[in-house]
Write a protein that binds this ligand. Structure first.
Ligand code: ATP
Ligand code: MG
Length: 229
């Protein structure tokens, strides 16, 4: 089994951007790669085109079809809420075993497999299970995606410590520059990265703010993290 779990300190931080970047860059280097976003909320069959799943599919060179959505994201919910809450709203139950089975089938292939989580590492996934349990049960190392906003140091260290306390291995931190102009935006990406390197002892890679429609096509080379699994 070779793969990595792409997790983060919260939602809208950059997991999908980093997942798509790694797919795009690995494929350019001729590596066999697959990425799943097994559980996704806030989507319907009519809105899949703008979803995380669609971004990852495009980076993988997969067509925007129902078959692709079912392969990459079989567990889909309408409400933009944590999976447990989104499932409850629809009167559905998300099976933890089914999520694990889907991921394990992909991990058992020859392709290097990235699994994008949902929200941060401690989001409730199914009854009694958090994303952190999911990472542990797959036995994968993680890439922790964090932002550069003011407050990120505390969020990153808290997430890292809680993951480590559960025996989870974080292979690298990728600091994706937060949107400018937000109340807590901190412009000094590199100083934040240096601080995080010192505080955590982990490798910290940075992705500056990228413009354009598909930022994953223009990110700095991140493929060194694939070797760290
Ligand atoms: N460094 C960056 N440069 C440009 N855009 C960025 C950068 N980091 C994140 N974004 C953008 O911010 C938005 C949120 O990022 P993304 O969708 O990757 O977050 P996420 O952690 O996957 O969120 P979710 O929890 O919903 O899955 C996206 O539009 C993404 O392209
Ligand atoms: Mg995402």
């Amino acid at each position: 089994m070779s793969g990595l779990f792409i997790t983060s300190t919260g939602t809208e931080i950059g997991k999908t951007l980093i997942t798509a970047t790694l797919c795009h860059q690995a494929r350019k280097k001729g590596l066999q790669i697959l990425a799943l976003k097994p559980v996704i909320s806030g989507v319907t069959d009519q809105t899949m085109d703008g979803s995380d799943t669609a971004v990852i599919a495009e980076a993988l060179g997969m067509p925007a079809t129902a078959e692709t959505w079912n392969t990459l994201s079989p567990f889909r919910f309408k409400a933009p809420l944590a999976p447990t809450m989104a499932a409850a709203k629809e009167g559905r139950t998300l099976s933890y075993g089914a999520i694990l089975d889907h991921c394990r089938r992909a991990l058992a292939t020859d392709q290097f497999t990235l699994i994008e989580g949902v929200g941060g590492s401690f989001v409730p996934l199914t009854e009694g299970k958090l994303v952190a349990d999911w990472i542990a049960d797959l036995g994968l190392g993680s890439i922790l995606v964090t932002g550069s906003y003011l407050g990120t140091l505390s969020h990153t260290i808290a997430t890292l410590e809680a993951m480590t306390a559960r025996g989870l291995k974080t292979r690298a931190i990728i600091l994706s520059e937060s949107a400018p102009g937000t109340l807590y935006a901190n412009p000094d990406l590199l100083a934040t990265a240096e601080e995080l390197t010192e505080l955590t002892g982990l490798r910290v890679l940075t992705v500056p703010r990228i413009t354009g429609q598909n930022p994953w096509q223009n990110a700095p080379d991140l493929t060194s993290v694939l070797a760290a699994s």
